[in-house]
Design a protein around this ligand. Sequence first.
Ligand SMILES: [Zn+2]
Ligand SMILES: [Zn+2]
Length: 150
Amino acid sequence: MIALSTLIAELERDHPDITFQSSDVAHWSPSERTIYYDHSPTNTIHELGHALLGHNSFVQDAELIRIERDAWEKAREIAKKYQVAVSDNSIESAMDNYREWLHRRSLCPTCSQVGIQSVKDLSYSCVNCGTKWQANDARSCGLKRSIIKH
Ligand SMILES: [Zn+2]
Ligand SMILES: [Zn+2]
């Protein structure tokens, strides 16, 4: 597998319109046009998939699953060029973690029922107890749900 520093140098050369910045959590920031990369070339290529597909961060959970899948498919394409391994297993385990993460943040912080997500502001509400909450989108730094209204 290619060394991370070599990969980043090649990506910076091939994509001068994108900023690459090291971070604890790999993610793509559409507003900054910046790829934050962690230790993993595979994750870095996945984030490039998001960038090249023009993914925006403000979407509903149902759409996020599709977007993640698309970014992995794109990553598989890009990976060949940079000699980065993107295996079916790593994709499936990333998708499993992702679904699990989405499920946890959709749970009502008061009564643990699955909430309904608003199309307008992406907040959740519970039909069981009426709690409204919002979830952060930092995937790997732990789930935070903040209650808007009980
Ligand atoms: Zn992703
Ligand atoms: Zn509830």
